[in-house]
Write a protein that binds this ligand. Structure first.
Ligand code: SF4
Length: 746
């Protein structure tokens, strides 16, 4: 008799003083515990041996680049080791597992439990009215999706979502399939993360990507890390910051939380060397106080006459509007909205005024606000004032959180494709791609919710946990005629299903794919090869390109595109990419070079690719978040034991929190002011345009965070983030500034 699964109790919370040093032996121990503990010593060691090596595979974690030159034998971080351990686990989720556990039973389990059940082995279907998933042959699975697609009134009733783990080859084939079918509904996880960066940078410097290379960190004199927690989300970046410090750079960190990874770093491979102080000046900004701070820096630069006049004159436009706006700005407003003292802002500005070798690095802490695009454009304003573009050690560095999210966009995964890309695609493939823009992630949720979209297909990811407004998004998915997920492991999205649901298990990045190699693009725009070497978790798995090709053959039997022929040899896909994507000429030969190749990057080469060829200053209102009494501005974050929606464990080591994830971090004085106490359980209520949303049963944690600010983990707090609470211009969910109140539980 199968033992019924029990409903998990919330884990107790164990608190320690947050460490002031990141990395070191604890990182090694944690990484090895996962890699060797979870995958097994032999398998774990094999997985680590080729991780991020020239002839190995690209880490499925974040998109921090590998060194162009010599690579360390251990060219990975703690979280990279955890990421491959998840893929290398010997545990399997086979048909018997699904026969034992109904969808309802599984849905009651925690995200951590679901993720730890192991690798999916067979295609599975949940038929209308069924309580359990059942196995089905691949061909039947493709026929089922093809029938559903053909049953739609228009191709625009289908949504093709992509997560950033998808390789360039799979992404190119996927967008080609959706466009051959007749839709641009190609939302991706970038819509929820750096879309604001792409929008802000494209408008001002003419490219939606970072402009620096890894070795620029050695030439930078000042590095500003703002709205980013590299110690957890891009750990090998700490090595670059350490090398920059040793080369004489100054680091300014801007964050509502004093994250360990911003303070000091002990390189795990430097056993006999001590830790390095990273941050020279820490600015503990209020949540969403960034525009105010960045304008304050501009004001201080003007007042200290630290403007590179010739650069501004020759290379930029709209300077007068910007300078007049900054001149009119008021220090009292700047200090109030940023939460930073005027003298500290002037101290930071003095560092910027001392050089033109300045790099700004950022992540979600800047991109998930209503005024997120303004944040990005204000950074560009400062760099233009200092002439910090197109030279070693200078430029912008939006650090991507998913290993190939930038590559997917380059391959055409975008709901707003440029006409030139579609023209080249039509010419190279013989399809006639639709020109009408498609749905981004938030628009897709609304369309599924109100019935304009009826079919949801995801290439990777965990949509219902990654997106905002959890209950609303879940309701939207449940209205679909079909939800289908190409996945490696079990996750919550498999349990929030349409009328019919499919799980299509694919090969992982670490696994052999019939000797084929794929390519990815990192945050610095380097395209490199990745070749898995481990035996597949199951003989029934297919690669992502094979899944897309076989689905396309089934759905579009008379298509001019030879889908299976392309998937038989990925060199053919890359030859097609080279005909369509600028800068990928001779793709196959260049990708196989040692370390791959850099894609073109105008601003890096001193050219602004704007219509006028000049970089553009922009002007933004200073945000004054007028919170009512008892209200807080909440940001959702990852713990150190998490990667996007994947939970590796419950140990947020760098914040001294272990166990319970339903926690809300508040300033101790705010806890007192509310008449509440540490450890008390409360409900959180968000307030948005008269609407309220509740997330129950959170534990109060008094923490070093500015007054009026609150911090929670996602996906637990995503239910509080309204789907219509988005960034202007990029439509990115504003998960980093949600107005909440903290309610006593009855
Ligand atoms: S820094 Fe990012 S890419 Fe590098 S090993 Fe760690 S998780 Fe992987």
């Amino acid at each position: 008799m199968t033992k019924a699964l029990t409903i998990p109790e919330p884990a107790p919370l164990v608190r320690k003083e947050p460490p002031s040093v990141a990395g070191g032996l604890p990182a090694v121990v944690s990484g090895m515990k996962h890699a060797l503990g979870q995958a097994g010593i032999v398998r774990g060691a094999r997985l680590l041996r080729t991780l991020n090596q020239f002839d190995g595979y690209d880490c499925p974690g974040c998109a921090w680049p590998d060194p162009d030159g010599e690579r360390s034998v251990f060219e990975f971080c703690e979280n990279g080791a955890k990421a491959i351990a998840e893929e290398g686990t010997p545990l399997r989720v086979a048909p018997e597992f699904f026969a034992r556990h109904s969808v309802a039973e599984l849905a009651a389990q925690s995200d951590l439990w679901l993720g730890k059940q192991g690798r999916l082995t067979h295609p599975m279907v949940l038929r209308p009215g069924a309580s359990h998933y059942a196995p089905l042959p691949w061909d039947e699975a493709f026929a089922l999706v093809a029938d559903k697609l053909r049953s739609l009134k228009t191709p625009d009733e289908a949504v093709f979502y992509t997560s950033g783990r998808t390789s360039n080859e799979a992404a190119f084939l996927y967008q080609l399939f959706a466009r051959a079918l007749g839709t641009n509904n190609l939302p991706d996880c970038s819509n929820m993360c750096h879309e604001s960066s792409g929008t802000g940078l494209s408008e001002t410097i003419g490219i939606g990507k970072g402009t620096v290379r890894l070795d620029d960190f050695l030439h930078a004199r000042v590095i500003v890390v703002i709205g980013q927690n590299p110690g957890t989300n891009h750990p090998r970046m700490l090595t670059a910051l350490q090398q920059a410090k040793r080369a004489g750079a100054k680091i300014v960190s801007v964050n509502p939380l004093r994250e360990a990874g911003l303070l000091r770093f002990k390189h795990p491979q430097e056993v006999f060397k001590g830790a390095t102080d990273l941050t020279d000046l820490f600015l503990q900004v209020r949540i969403n106080g960034d525009v105010a701070l960045l304008q304050g820096l501009g004001k201080a630069l003007f007042e200290s006459k630290a403007v590179d006049e010739s650069f501004v004159r020759d290379r930029t436009e709209n300077y007068l509007n910007y300078s007049a706006h900054i001149e009119r700005s008021d220090w009292a407003d700047i200090v109030f909205s940023s939460g930073i003292r005027e003298e500290s802002i002037r101290e930071a500005a003095a560092l910027l005024a001392s050089t033109d070798r300045i790099i700004f690095c950022w992540a979600m802490g800047l991109t998930q606000h209503e005024n997120a695009v303004d944040n990005v454009r204000e950074i560009v304003n400062l760099l233009l004032l200092r002439g910090a573009f197109g030279k070693p050690g200078a430029g912008v560095c939006p650090v991507r959180g998913h290993s190939n999210v930038q590559g997917d966009r380059t391959m055409g995964i975008w709901e707003k494709p440029k006409p030139a890309f579609l023209d080249a695609l039509d010419k190279a493939t013989g399809i006639s791609a639709p020109r009408k823009h498609g749905l981004d992630t938030v628009e897709a949720i609304h369309a599924l919710h109100d019935g304009r979209a009826k079919l949801f297909f995801a290439l990777g990811g965990n949509f219902v946990s990654a997106t905002p407004d959890t209950d609303y998004t879940a309701a939207a998915l449940r209205r679909a005629v079909l939800t289908a997920h190409v996945s490696t492991k079990l996750n919550r999205s498999h349990l929030v299903t349409g009328e019919t649901a499919l799980i299509l298990p694919c090969l992982g990045r670490t696994e052999r794919d019939g000797g084929q190699l794929v390519t990815t693009e990192n945050s610095m725009g380097v395209v490199q090869t990745s070749r898995g070497r481990m035996p597949p978790a199951s003989e029934h798995l297919l690669s992502e390109p094979a899944i897309v090709a076989r689905l396309a053959e089934k759905t579009l039997p008379s298509s001019k595109v030879r889908w299976n022929w392309l998937a038989e040899d990925y060199d053919r896909i890359r030859d097609l990419i080279a005909q369509v994507v600028p800068g990928t000429e001779n793709y196959n030969e260049r990708a196989r070079r040692h370390g791959g190749f850099y894609l073109p990057n105008g601003p890096r080469e001193g050219k602004f690719l704007t219509p006028t060829g000049k970089a553009r200053f922009t002007v933004h209102d200073l945000t004054r978040n007028q919170l009512k009494s008892g209200q807080f501005l909440m940001m959702t974050v990852r713990s150190h034991d998490q990667y996007n929606t994947t939970l590796y464990g419950l140990d947020d080591r760098y914040r001294g929190l272990k166990g319970d994830r339903r926690v809300v971090l508040l300033n101790a004085e705010d806890v007192d002011a509310l008449g509440l106490r540490e450890d008390q359980r409360v409900d959180l209520v968000s307030h948005f345009r008269g609407e309220t949303r509740t997330a129950q049963n959170f534990r109060i944690v008094a923490y070093d965070i500015p007054r009026g600010c609150a911090c929670t983990y996602f996906p637990e707090a995503n239910a509080l983030v309204p789907a219509r609470h988005v960034a202007r211009g990029s439509n990115t969910p504003a998960s980093k500034s949600v107005v909440i109140t903290v309610e006593q539980r009855a």
